[in-house]
Design a protein. Structure first.
Length: 144
């Protein structure tokens, strides 16, 4: 068995389709690697992976928006197709078996997920109460 794991960003909003009555969520993940060419110039190389998640867990659909970072794994397939100019080509398609939201998509400086559901993490500039350095009152009563 061949298994492919990809961490990348969604290139478009996910769409739900039905194939023979079975729900499938389709989306594309972009994975970019920064390389340098022969002259030393930075050049980004992006690989696109078309994904098909055959599942009844369609409640995940609202979270799969363009720009969202995800981890996906599954079985890869290479599908042939014909380009617009008539040339034969192939594309990488992943039949997803596992998907996880990795990062939080930010829009205008705010999280796209409801801020009320996010834990509050104080900044380093926020003064914190010092931790007590004294042992508890019942320190001598410990059973060991």
């Amino acid at each position: 068995m061949i298994k492919l794991q990809v961490i990348g960003h969604l290139g478009r909003d996910a769409a739900q389709n039905n194939a023979n009555g079975t729900p499938v969520i389709n989306f594309a993940v972009a994975h970019t690697i920064a390389n340098k060419d022969a002259q030393g110039n930075k050049k980004d190389v992006t690989t696109w992976v078309d994904c098909a998640y055959w599942t009844d867990k369609v409640a995940l659909l609202p979270y799969l928006k363009k720009g969202q970072q995800v981890y996906v794994e599954g079985i890869p397939n290479s599908l042939p197709y014909t380009t617009r100019d008539g040339k034969a080509a192939s594309k990488l398609v992943l039949r997803v078996s596992n998907i996880q939201l990795v990062g939080i998509k930010k829009e205008d400086g705010y999280n796209s997920v409801n801020a009320a559901t996010q834990p509050h993490i104080p900044s380093a500039a926020t003064p914190q109460a010092p931790l007590p350095n004294t042992p508890p009152d019942n320190f001598d009563d410990l059973p060991f």
